[in-house]
Write a protein that binds this ligand. Structure first.
Ligand code: BGC
Length: 737
């Protein structure tokens, strides 16, 4: 019995009670979504100041200067007039207000006895339960359930049950979507009159985004079970102990969907019969069950680990779908940090999860990069180069939207941001993603139509960006993964990745030329590739300087890193959002303090390329100098430490990464969950603790690694998609005889 309870608990995330100060963080954690849209997990009656937002993938608008960037304190004011700059927040579609004889059920005012928010990961639904007691001692229980359908991405479902425990007075349910404060809460939106007649009982809201000129329509229809007709507001009296039950359909369409959104939303909401509600919910749950068959990881001995892994997988799933026009924003559709921008986070940190669980999603993420090649070409040209340089931060067109400076809200102090022009490794990261997809799927159609073009255009960028030295090529003035240093030369990670990009492009070009010469000729013609260019990629790749281990086995992060001032970090200087360091950027630039795994990224991505003693020497050197100012860092350390058998480090970093959002480790989950960290945590498990390798006909774990697991794990099991098959992977810890 207790085991069963434990098993069930590992499929749920539960919040008991209520703390207004943590409400924004809870809203991020309890988001429901389906990749097309995400709705933050606000209470059904959002509190004043709540960030009860609905986000729709791909719906961006011009920057609103009053909204924060990556942290609440960071503002980015100057951003020009690019119309697709910032993810647009739309009104909360699940809002209800309940009055018991004119007294609103209010968490801030009235005494409440119970509040429980339960995210059911298995079913992809959020349930809330409230018990209120008003000044006259009337007790009312409210239970709601909501989800964003995983089957029909335009549809959200909500159920509401109100039980009048000890009273029999008129009870009002008002389910109107709150659009009163558009100016302050949804500044990108202008309300539009409905272009079509709205049937009685249905609510329709139409909006236009200011600069991007998207039209969005949200239609809502609610009924009381057992009553005839639909309506937004109901006033009902039930006997003592009686329960009022309501159901709501919400449909969401935008002009990006290739339809006129208002009629589409109305038609969709109108076509649904109430008798279908249970079936629609069951289909949604069946879709989630299918996802879990592909993505679940069991960890015998540690239900808490399973629960957190499922929470992460849940969020990775609701972050995206198979729309090739969009990718995954750093904080997904759960919050507004980083303005909804797409980073290297996708290809390097999240892609392996999708590759081995939902390869169709992995493909669409790379197709997004293909579709944004025009923006990447423009960016390369702006940097004075050829080919395509992906934007460090991008939205829908691939245009670079990285801020050039950040202003601290409190002091108005400004800091320059160098990443937009210098953090060019993202270009090779995308190319690496293409290669990993190819390796994992052998999807020849993708490679022919999409992959080779990305590899070729990115290789052209590197061939023009690498500078010839006396004997070798160099890459100067970059920012590596460690963003505390800019204008550095020969960053080991960047150069390694660029070399690989060049080599793989040459290899892919040869492959296409041999396999489908007419296709290659077309590409050559369309891109204007000169015959000698492929040879140039190979030659530059071969002669590009890539820092090698020195006599101590150390790889220098960039030229001159070892000469910088060396000051060990105190424990309390770690795991903070990088506010102080960024504002001391000139000082940090001169010190051996790094934000996140940089050289260590190479051991993570290419474990076979480095001997254990080299990995160990570098881990020992860089780990104490890393402050983990980025959530991307701990999982990489966990995986590398697991390889090295540094059990304590591996477990510590693993825990930090695994529970980063559930424990609000960085103190900024209020602005959205950390998707790259979630993907990296999965990788630390699969590639670090299981030591999975792809060097045979099927992926295989290294059983010996089990000896280095966190102490409570007994066995780990999962399935991996690999070249059209699903490969079961199961490893147990050998008990001492
Ligand atoms: C990290 C980057 C990351 C970005 C978005 C930054 O703090 O340094 O590596 O891409 O956050 O997650």
């Amino acid at each position: 019995m207790s085991t069963r309870r434990g098993e069930e608990a590992a499929w749920r995330v539960v919040q008991e009670g209520f703390d207004p100060a943590r409400e924004h963080e809870m809203e991020s954690i309890f988001t429901v979504g389906n990749g097309y849209l995400g709705v933050r997990g606000a209470l059904d009656t959002p509190l004043p100041g709540s960030r009860a937002d609905l986000y729709i993938s791909g719906v961006y608008d011009r920057k609103q200067p009053g909204l924060p960037y990556s942290e609440l304190e960071f503002m980015t004011v100057e951003r020009g007039d690019y119309p697709y700059h910032e993810l647009v927040s739309l009104p909360f579609p699940f809002a209800v207000r309940i009055l018991v004889e004119d007294t609103p059920l209010d968490l801030l005012e009235g005494p409440w006895r119970e509040l429980r928010r339960v995210l059911d990961l298995a079913r992809g639904v959020l349930g809330l339960r409230y018990r209120f007691e008003d000044g006259s001692g009337r007790v009312t229980t409210v239970e709601t359930l909501r989800c964003a359908s995983l089957v029909n991405s335009h549809l959200c479902l909500q159920e509401i049950a109100i039980t009048c425990e000890n009273h029999c007075v008129p009870t009002v349910l008002d389910a109107a979507i709150d659009v009163a404060a558009l100016d302050t809460d949804h500044p990108h939106l202008t309300a539009l009159a409905s272009p079509v007649e709205v049937p009685a009982g249905v609510e329709l809201h139409c909006f236009r985004t200011e600069a991007s000129d998207y039209r969005v329509a949200i239609a809502s229809r609610l009924t009381r079970i057992g009553a005839d007709g639909d309506g937004t507001r109901w006033e009902v009296q039930v006997p003592v102990g009686g329960t009022l039950r309501f159901r709501r359909y919400v449909t969401v369409y935008t002009s990006r969907d290739g339809v006129d959104p208002a009629p589409a939303a109305l038609a969709a909401v109108g076509a649904l019969r109430w008798a279908q509600f249970g079936t629609l919910l069951a289909e949604h749950e069946a879709a989630w069950a299918g996802f879990w068959r592909r993505a679940d990881v069991t960890v015998a001995g540690s239900p808490a680990t399973e629960q957190a892994l499922r929470f992460n997988a849940y969020h990775l799933r609701i972050a995206t779908d198979t729309d090739p026009r969009t990718s995954v924003a750093a904080r997904t559709l759960t919050g507004r940090a980083y303005e909804g921008h797409v980073f290297w986070d996708v290809e390097i940190f999240m892609l392996p999860f999708y590759l081995h669980t939902e390869p169709a999603i992995a493909r669409s993420l790379l197709e997004y990069r293909h579709r944004t090649l025009p923006g990447a070409r423009e960016h390369a040209a702006q940097l004075g180069c050829r080919g395509a340089c992906y934007a460090w931060e991008s939205t829908v067109t691939g245009h670079d939207v990285t801020p050039r400076q950040i202003v601290l809200k409190t002091t108005r102090k400004t800091i320059p941001i160098f990443t937009g022009t210098e953090q060019i490794h993202v270009t090779a990261d995308v190319a690496h993603g293409v290669w990993c997809y190819w390796e994992a799927t052998r999807d020849g159609a993708f490679m022919r139509e999409t992959g080779v073009e990305i590899l070729a255009e990115t290789a052209r960028f590197w061939a023009s960006r690498c500078e010839p030295g006396t004997r070798q090529y160099h890459i100067r003035r970059v920012v590596g993964p460690d963003e505390y240093h800019h204008d550095v030369d020969d960053n080991a990670y960047t150069n390694w990745m660029a070399r690989l990009n060049l080599q793989r492009a040459a290899q892919a070009a040869r492959w296409l030329e041999e396999l489908a010469p007419e296709r290659w000729d077309l590409l050559v013609g369309r891109l204007g590739i000169e015959r000698e260019e492929v040879e140039e990629w190979r030659r530059v790749g071969e002669t590009l300087f890539v820092p090698q281990p020195d006599a101590r086995g150390l790889i220098e992060q960039f030229a001159g890193f070892f000469d910088l001032e060396d000051r060990p970090l105190a424990a309390d200087e770690r795991f903070k959002a990088p506010i102080d360091r960024l504002f001391e950027w000139d000082r940090t630039n001169a010190m051996q303090v790094i934000k996140q795994a940089d050289v260590l990224m190479l051991f993570h991505l290419f474990p076979e390329a480095f001997a254990d003693d080299v990995v160990a020497a570098n881990y020992r050197y860089y780990e104490p100098r890393t402050d983990h100012g980025s959530s991307l860092s701990p999982a990489i350390h966990a995986g590398v430490a697991a390889r090295l058998g540094l059990g304590e480090d591996a477990e510590r970093y693993w825990r930090q990464s695994l529970w980063l959002d559930l424990s609000n480790v960085m103190n900024n989950s209020a602005l959205g969950v950390h998707a790259a960290c979630m993907g990296a945590t999965w990788q630390a498990l699969v590639f670090g603790f299981l030591g999975l390798r792809f060097d045979g006909p099927v992926p295989r774990p290294q059983a010996l690694r089990a000896g280095r697991w966190p102490h409570d794990w007994r066995a780990v099991a999962l399935e991996l998609a690999w070249r059209g098959q699903r490969i079961p992977v199961a490893v147990s810890r050998q008990e001492p005889a």
